[in-house]
Design a protein around this ligand. Structure first.
Ligand SMILES: *Cc1c(COP(=O)(O)O)cnc(C)c1O
Length: 418
């Protein structure tokens, strides 16, 4: 008897559907508990189990007459509050509601999405550049369980049609856009149209864009996954993930239900921290994007930087697609410094910005994909998808743009000086 309650039936207010709030208002108000204690900020429900008043309450819960929390692997008020807030944003502007389940990591959500849609004997098609751990999941882990996988560069239309025709057992087309770390952009609407006409579902990893900049479900995609570790939490305090779908059955009994079978369950405290972070997401994304534009323009104009990859630059190969499907271009930039030594000197020349994997925090983080996030790829595979030894990835923070640029200006001079 582990049926979760529909998100809207859980304690506190429902998802406020029917209002016509703007995105910043939804971020602040959607999903908040406002429970009987009168607490202004959601209380944190650090409890593993829940008390039934008497045997009558058990009976009425068992027969489905009343909802109840039973055990925190199955449901917890903080997890549900975060699911309501995130659904309000990811389903923003859509006529019908969307549903979410929260996981203890982005990878918990990614693997549950894929295992919820595909099983032994099925096929998955993905683009060639993916987040490092997703890449490993698709290449090494899923095939062990009888799920075959293949790649189509940028999921380019003609090639995707061919690949779908060659693999009629394809259940999922998997999109990550913008993609990590090359910032390639995939056309969500046209890819979805092709996938659907071949009976495949579309999963989109929306971590880099967030629902503030891009809402794949409104473009036709079936499932959105997030690493909430990144911009959604925004403050670097939690590892977390989310799965969002238009189909309540997929959340309650399909991929979403895997949270309790695989056990990738987030703690109440982590959900609470993520909900607090999510309240300022629209505000933060405005600053992140404005700073990214200023830094991308600066880097693009620097002679020491061989290439700057940011979807907002007109020189970006998919700038037009990005302009069509995103409200702004995000805060992730990659640059190519030409070789590993110059890239290393650039990183050593930075003083304010931190050298660290992860992204989407309020402070600027810099990392080297070939030796950090994508080190598990063979050199040949890395170079084939454009992850060069000179590539440096930047997650632009919300510090003053002037100070971020000054740090890079000094670091670039240092890199060029020896
Ligand atoms: C970080 C990340 C993931 C994995 O999320 P975790 O929270 O680290 O498990 C998946 N996709 C993208 C694009 C990411 O940046």
């Amino acid at each position: 008897m582990e049926t979760p309650l529909p998100v809207t039936d859980q304690m506190g207010k429902d998802d406020d559907s029917g209002n016509d709030w703007e995105m910043p208002t939804e971020s602040v108000h959607a999903g908040e508990m406002h429970d009987a204690s009168g607490a202004h900020i959601d209380p944190i429900h650090m409890t593993s189990t829940y008390i039934f008043e008497d045997s009558g309450a058990i009976k009425s819960w068992g027969s489905g007459e009343s909802g109840a929390h039973v055990y925190s692997r199955v449901g917890n008020p903080n997890r549900e509050a975060l699911a309501r807030k995130l659904s309000a944003l990811e389903g923003f502007g859509m006529a019908s509601p969307v549903y979410a389940e929260i996981f203890s990591s982005g990878m918990g959500a990614v693997s549950s999405a894929l295992l919820g849609l595909a099983g032994s004997g099925d096929h998955i098609i993905a683009q060639s550049v993916l987040y490092g751990t997703t890449n490993h999941l698709v290449n090494e882990v899923l095939p062990k369980y009888g799920i075959t996988t293949s790649r189509v560069p940028l999921l380019q239309g003609d090639l995707l049609v061919e690949e779908l025709a060659a693999n009629p057992n394809t259940k999922v087309v998997y999109i990550e856009t913008p993609a990590n770390p090359t910032m390639s952009v995939i056309d969500i609407a046209s890819t979805t149209e092709i996938a659907h006409s071949h009976g495949a579902s579309v999963v989109v990893d929306n971590t880099f864009a967030t629902p503030v900049l891009q809402r794949p479900l409104s473009l036709g995609a079936d499932v959105v996954v997030h690493s909430t570790t990144k911009f959604i939490n925004g403050h670097g305090t939690v590892i977390g993930g989310a799965l969002i779908s238009r189909d309540p059955d997929f959340i309650e009994n399909g991929g979403g239900a895997l949270v309790r079978y695989i056990g990738a369950v987030p703690s109440a405290m982590d959900c609470w921290l993520t909900s607090i972070g999510l309240k300022t997401l629209p505000l933060r994304m405005r600053e992140h994007c404005a700073n990214a534009r200023a830094l991308a323009d600066f880097l693009d104009g620097s002679e020491m930087v061989e290439r700057t990859y940011w979807p907002g630059l007109e020189s970006h190969p998919q700038h037009e697609i990005a302009s069509k499907q995103m409200d702004d271009f995000g805060a992730m930039i990659s640059i190519d410094m030409g070789d590993f030594e110059t890239a290393s000197r650039l990183m050593d020349g930075l003083s304010m910005c931190s050298l660290a994997v992860s992204l989407g925090n309020v402070d600027t983080l810099v990392q080297h994909p070939a030796s950090m996030t994508h080190r598990l790829m063979s050199e040949e595979d890395r170079l084939a998808v454009g992850i060069t030894d000179g590539m440096v990835r930047i997650s632009v923070g919300i510090e003053s743009a002037k100070d971020i640029i000054a740090d890079f200006d000094r670091a670039i001079s240092f890199a060029g000086g020896s």
